[in-house]
Design a protein around this ligand. Structure first.
Ligand code: CU
Ligand code: CU
Length: 333
């Protein structure tokens, strides 16, 4: 497929695609609270481990077929413990990423993936993020949340081959995001420098099968409008590899919209309803099957599937769905 294909050509001709070649399995867990999170993670039930049920004949290797599979296995929540340091290293790297079959996007990434690694801490943990810029342009990390001005990732620009450590207490609890804030901002975001930033309440939310969904778009021909829309990176990925979940067991989605160029993005679930907690900062929720988010908006979805079977989820802008932002849950007993 040529890179210069238009949105209309794509809608007319595109088909769900096969998985991109596996790169490096990335469980981007923190280095400091990492051992604690790993210990807490062991023994957890992962009905979706290895994508047991899929559409199509290709069975990927255990651990998943794609380098953004970490979004389906976020590090676990930890209860509050005074003095904990949650520590991460993010490295900006330029990397060509296959965003749809045969279509490569010259991305700017954190740690080589779009979205970047999940940063997770418990409220009042000391969050320490080492940022190394191995990219070709100046970058920063701007965190949403509460922090000192000098930790905001706006004025302290990190030049190529330089580094900076961000450090502040993580608050408030909720679903947040991080992204580069170097100028021109629109370019630095749409090139791929963003990710999910989860702050857990002091007493963790009730047990659930958790995953992260970052909605985005790719302008692959440089005309200032998106040619593909995805969740967690590759177009149509969860249509090819449905996410396996269990009936009557809560599925918790940490959802964020990082789509550039378009005013809003959305998520619609078929066949069921969910609780939607805007920004995840209170226990107020809406009971719905569709949410619409502007760029930077995010929230937490909790689904208790009533029925087994394949249930589609997709952007409720039909054009986005047809350009890659569509997938399935496979709900099993
Ligand atoms: Cu940047
Ligand atoms: Cu922002």
């Amino acid at each position: 497929m040529p890179k210069s294909v238009t949105r209309r050509q794509l809608i007319a001709g595109t088909v769900p695609l096969v998985a991109a070649a596996p790169v490096v399995a990335k469980l981007a867990w923190p280095t400091s609270a990492g051992a604690e999170r790993l210990a807490s993670h062991e023994g957890h039930d992962h009905p979706h481990q290895g994508h047991a049920a899929m559409i199509g004949a290709d069975v990927p290797a255990p651990g998943g077929p794609h380098d953004t599979d970490f979004a389906l296995y976020p590090p676990p929540a930890l209860p509050h413990r005074p003095g904990r340091v949650s520590e991460y290293t993010l490295t900006a790297v330029d990397r060509d990423i296959e965003v749809a079959k045969g279509v490569t996007f010259p991305a700017w990434t954190y740690n080589g993936t779009i979205p970047g690694p999940i940063i997770r801490a418990t409220e009042d943990d000391l969050l320490r993020v080492h940022f190394v810029n191995n990219g070709s342009h100046p970058h920063t990390i701007h965190f949403h949340g509460i922090h000192p001005a000098k930790m905001d990732g706006v004025f302290e620009i990190v030049a190529p081959n330089e580094s900076l450590t961000y450090e502040f207490p993580a608050r408030p609890y909720g679903m947040h995001l991080y992204h580069c804030h170097a100028t021109p901002l629109k370019k630095h975001i749409h090139k791929g420098l963003y990710g999910a930033f989860i702050i857990d309440p002091p007493k963790p939310r009730k047990p659930a099968q958790e995953l992260v969904m970052v909605m985005n778009g790719y302008d692959t021909d440089g005309d200032g409008e998106n040619n593909f829309y995805t969740v967690n990176g590759p177009a149509f990925f969860y249509a090819k590899y449905p996410i396996v979940v269990k009936r009557s067991q809560t599925v918790r989605i940490y959802l964020a919209n990082l789509t550039e160029f378009d005013l809003v993005n959305s998520l619609h679930l078929h066949g069921d309803f969910f609780r939607y907690y805007p920004t995840g900062t209170t226990d107020q929720f809406e009971y719905t099957d569709t949410v619409v988010l502007g760029q930077g908006q995010r929230g937490i979805i909790e689904i208790d599937f009533a029925n087994t079977g394949l249930f589609m989820f997709h952007a409720h802008q039909s054009e986005f769905a047809e350009l890659g932002w569509m997938g399935f849950f496979n709900v099993v007993e």
